[in-house]
Ligand binder design. Structure first.
Ligand code: SF4
Length: 278
């Protein structure tokens, strides 16, 4: 009988699990409508499950007083909280505490007179929220994006939580070559790199890898790419219903992993479904 091994670090990270617990609690307690500002996580099954529990996704701050707005893990610009308060909404802040740490670091650096640079993907909701907490700050995706930016003599750097350390190091070396004082607050969250490293190791020793999670989830798609580079028989699925028995023919070691937006219950369901096919 083949072995099925779940990667040492897999599935919902601390911030996502905390947000899910909060929203379920709110859905159970609230007397009025409950909304999340954007999908709570990039996982269609979870979002559909929340909808059946009465939690709907809105793209803008709702106008109905008495409703509850849940702010997702990526965080929001301060303006959103102000508008929600003005409209008489209750809001539940599910921003991951590690993301809050970036907001506080950016605010502090700006207060201390540094020009704030955010190493991250411009346009990503987390980066936009960080920029909102330090007006005037600029986002740079890589060293090339530093070109054309007029740098002051004192630059403070924070990082989008999911960035790779290598990218941060490159930006820091480019900055230190041009700026007399660079103050860096490394705000990278290890959840992403831990999942990638564990997936890489597991895939290297597996005959088949199954990665479960939203196809719209960047971190799950990246995990699937990493697994595919170490194990040719890698499959990225959203639900166990997509499994095919043929995938496991002749396999002795089967590996399973999932991105930070996949709750543990989905991993357990996947493992049971694979067992049922062997
Ligand atoms: S990946 Fe890290 S920063 Fe992002 S939600 Fe999870 S724990 Fe928080």
């Amino acid at each position: 009988m083949p072995t099925i091994t779940v990667a040492e670090h897999a599935g919902a990270c601390y911030g996502v699990q905390r947000a899910l617990d909060l929203v379920h609690q709110v859905a159970g307690d609230a007397t009025g409508p409950v909304h999340t500002l954007g999908p709570l996580i990039h996982n269609p099954q979870v979002v559909a499950g929340l909808e059946s529990a009465g939690v709907t996704v809105v793209e803008d701050v709702p106008r109905e007083a008495g409703s509850t707005l849940v702010l997702r893990t990526h965080g929001v610009v301060p303006e959103v909280e102000r508008v929600a308060r003005e409209r008489g909404l209750s809001f539940v802040d599910a921003t991951c505490p590690y993301v809050k740490r970036v907001h506080h670091a950016a605010e502090r650096l700006q207060r201390d007179g540094y020009q704030v640079i955010v190493v991250g993907e411009s346009g990503h909701p987390e980066v936009e929220a960080i920029l909102g907490h330090a007006p005037g700050a600029v986002a740079v995706a890589d060293v090339a994006s530093l070109e054309g930016i007029t740098l002051s003599k004192r630059v403070g750097v924070v990082v989008q939580t999911t960035q790779a350390k290598a990218r941060l190091d490159q930006v820091i070396s480019a900055l230190t070559a041009r700026v007399p004082e660079v103050c860096v607050v490394n705000t990278i969250c290890e959840a992403t790199s831990e999942r990638q490293q564990a997936a890489r190791e597991l895939a290297a020793g597996s005959d088949v890898m199954v990665v479960i999670g939203g196809r719209n989830s960047a971190n799950t798609t990246r995990l699937a790419e990493i697994c595919a580079s170490a194990c040719g028989r890698t499959h990225h699925i959203e639900t166990p219903a997509e499994l095919e028995g043929l995938w496991f023919e002749g396999a002795e070691a089967i590996g399973v992993t999932a991105g930070a937006s996949t709750p543990m219950a989905q991993i357990d369901a996947l493992v049971s479904a694979i067992r049922g096919l062997l």
